[in-house]
Design a protein around this ligand. Sequence first.
Ligand SMILES: [Zn+2]
Length: 414
Amino acid sequence: MRIITLLNKCEKLKSFVYKKDYLQGADLIIEIRARKNSKPICSSCKKPGPTYDHGSVPRKFEFVPLWGMRVFLSYKMRRVNCKRCGVKTEEVPWAKGKNTVTKTYSRFLSHWAKKMSWNEVAETFKTSWHSVYVSVREMVEYGLENRRLDAIVSIGVDEIKFGSGHKYLTLLYQIDKGVKRLLCIEKERTASSLESALEALGDENLKTIKYVCSDMWRPYLKVIREKLPKALNVLDRFHVKKKLNEAVDAVRKAEVKQMKKDGFEPVLDKTKYCFLKNEKNLTKKQKLKLDDVLRLDLKTVKAYLLKNSFEIFWGYKSPRWAKWYMKKWCERANKSSLKPMKGFVKTLTRHEELLMNWFKAKKVYSSGVVEGLNRRVNLVTRKSYGFKNYEILKLALFHTMGSLPEPEMTHRYY
Ligand SMILES: [Zn+2]
């Protein structure tokens, strides 16, 4: 069977023909010609017009590789004498605009870019990082234009550190039971970051939102009140935990310093994660170290035990009893006379109402969802070493977490 026969089976062209195939070095070239009497399409207005001239050098378009060989479609572009736009390069059906990666290959590369890093994709298929980038961009652009944003009921707001220093990004997720996806990304974590994110959803689509899951970041809370006055603002368990962990770590840091000053044995060295990780996630070494330290009469141990007992709070079914427990817990934390823990109590008390909303919304979305999404975001940012650039990181995140719709394909190559 000839390669051209295969191509016609997978990807028949209307006004063009696959003329011949041959090897050029290690690459497989497939030459395309325009059908006789066919009119070129103006790339500007997308209407046919008379041919102005033929290019003398063929343009090569990357196609899906075959048996480890790179494959290129080769075609001498015509120019159209368009009565509306003047002389324009023609538009060809297998590639978008000036891209030299075919639409088919774009789909192929972007599919693999969800499973591997962009560098790995480029290496595996003997193409350039830039071709992978262009492919993902094309797919994300299509997806964002064609996605539906109606019927969103629950959303989550989160922030991630980005780059060096105190730079942040604001992320908006849909966290409904059936659909968990990234909706918007904005720079910084200011009020206007969240405003822009919500505006991007469109006023009409905000009307269906009943639950907003957020942390205690004041600018966010303000915007949620203003933009979604009817929605229930819920403080997420994950974010409260994070704050509590920060308090425990502050106690530990201060104690390490004090012990050093007083000339004590540095028993708390390298224990940071022993106190912060969930006990079941500790390594064997960390577990042993923790068991050792827990026997000592230390402020850090006190803070750690307080942290653990706060877990009970989340288990309550009735908001009334949860409230009772929280009150008791706060009294104990205050008595501990540990400054960071008292600070945490203040934060809790200040946001008590939002915190109690968690129990009202409990059954609507699963509690670990924001945490899970946050972990996936961090995985993408870490995996994508090349993503120091904001626009590229944005593409990568939408690509892997946006659940974006994809264009129809006549044949699947993977
Ligand atoms: Zn035109």
